[in-house]
Design a protein around this ligand. Structure first.
Ligand code: HGY
Ligand code: MN
Ligand code: MN
Ligand code: MN
Length: 414
């Protein structure tokens, strides 16, 4: 298989322009984005991406989860396509690059092939996976999870957001529920370009992260039930305080993650107390624990210790306790041939690189269960992400997309 010559590069200015254009859709309040899945902003972002795909001569398919697949034909119509993509949905206070760089980086691969008049043997399909973030509708990587057979379609359609709106209804409402059966598509390989969302590459001055593994994850939704009461007149020994329980469990999550160092993280990110009134002792607390590790035994041990400690805290405070897993996947080892294509591309292009474990979850983590998959990472400023201040340089975006281009083209064959 001929490799693309090292002077074959993408058009970094064009990629950057498209990133800035997409960033105008669903603006945040502090320079980032709030383009949550299945909102009108997501609809607008999808329409812009569809327009760009049409301009690039791609044929668009949409599956029952709303995932978008934009196909460029290859010379061998029977060859399975190489898929390349990520997600356009963002956190409520998200950045301009998380996910978007991978979708528009994939589009830039196509645009560059068009410029160069190169036809690959395998077709190439650029993909926008629906609801990667899992913030409006849990769990994360919902559409790629259905595609990988981890969730039933109807279960996904029944997921509700904080206002009780159903995923399936919202997908219908924005007009992006496709007819294609989810998972019917077969892949030769899948590549995802993503910002690191951590500090390692920038701190080490590396252009590229060659992602060899991904952390495993548990999301546990905890409900503590106590008794609403007056914060002034209720004696301390008569209180059944769900807010206090949540605070103690939150501290326990941190302490248990610290006790599992290195390679373990844990936090409570989403938390609500009820009735959430200044002078009412909270009778109920509902919050989500997010624990991760690249080592399965650590992930399991953290979950067991947290559940045991939560039960002890609830008993001490006289609280009712329920713990419901709302997201999970085991640690991921990416395909070594695809990982090698990424590493060889970085070498060929003269970009510095290092192996890295993905701290965040990605659609690639699910697709890797079915098809040979790898990821390319670029640095981000201060390792910051899931924050409107998320930032990258044009050079980093270009380097990442160059490596993606070479890995995809080499795998698709020219
Ligand atoms: O949670 C994650 O790791 C991803 O950003 N959805
Ligand atoms: Mn992402
Ligand atoms: Mn994210
Ligand atoms: Mn992702």
């Amino acid at each position: 298989m001929t490799s693309p010559g090292e002077n074959l590069r993408i058009n970094g200015d064009r990629l950057w322009e498209s990133l800035m254009e997409m960033a105008k859709i669903g603006p945040g309040v502090a320079g980032g984005n709030n383009r949550q899945t299945l909102t009108d902003a997501d609809k607008e972002g999808r329409e812009l991406f569809a327009k760009w795909c049409e301009e690039a001569g791609l044929t668009l398919g949409v599956d029952q989860m709303g995932t978008m697949f934009a196909r460029r034909e290859g010379t061998d119509p029977d060859a399975l396509p190489v898929y390349v993509g990520s997600h356009l949905d963002t956190q409520p206070t998200g950045g301009k690059y998380d996910g978007v760089l991978g979708v528009l980086g994939g589009l830039e691969v196509i645009r560059s092939l068009n410029d160069l008049g190169i036809k690959t043997r395998h077709p190439i399909v650029v993909t926008n996976w629906t609801n990667e973030e899992g913030t409006r509708f849990a769990p994360a990587m919902l559409a790629s999870g259905v595609f990988a057979g981890m969730h039933e379609l109807d279960w996904a359609y029944d997921r509700t957001d904080a206002k009780g709106l159903r995923f399936g209804d919202e997908l219908e409402r924005i007009g992006w529920r496709g007819e294609e059966q989810v998972g019917a598509r077969k892949m030769h390989a899948f590549f995802e370009l993503h910002i690191e969302q951590g500090p390692i590459l920038e701190a080490e001055g590396k252009d590229i992260g060659v992602v060899t593994h991904g952390q495993g994850l548990w999301w546990l939704e905890v409900t503590l039930t106590g008794k609403d009461a007056h914060t002034g007149s209720t004696p301390m020994n008569m209180r059944v305080n769900a807010g206090l329980g949540m605070a103690r469990v939150t501290e326990a999550v941190h302490r248990i993650a610290m006790a599992h160092q290195p390679n373990a993280v844990g936090a409570v990110g989403q938390a609500n107390v009820y009735p959430n009134s200044r002078n009412v002792i909270p009778g109920k607390a509902v919050f989500t624990i997010d624990i991760r590790s690249p080592e399965l035994d650590k992930l399991t041990s953290m979950r067991e210790q947290i559940e045991a400690e939560a039960a002890k805290i609830a008993e001490e405070l006289g609280l009712g306790l329920s713990i419901e897993p709302t997201g999970h996947f085991d640690p991921v080892t990416f395909d070594e041939n695809c990982v090698k294509a990424v590493r060889d591309a970085a070498d060929r292009l003269g970009y510095s690189h290092r192996n890295i474990v993905s701290g965040a979850g990605h659609d690639a983590c699910w697709i890797n269960r079915l098809y040979p998959t790898a990821m390319v990472m670029c640095p981000c400023v201060d390792g910051l992400s899931h924050n409107e201040a998320e930032d990258i340089s044009k050079e980093w975006a270009t380097a990442g997309a160059d490596v993606l281009f070479h890995a995809v083209v080499e795998t698709a064959g020219i």
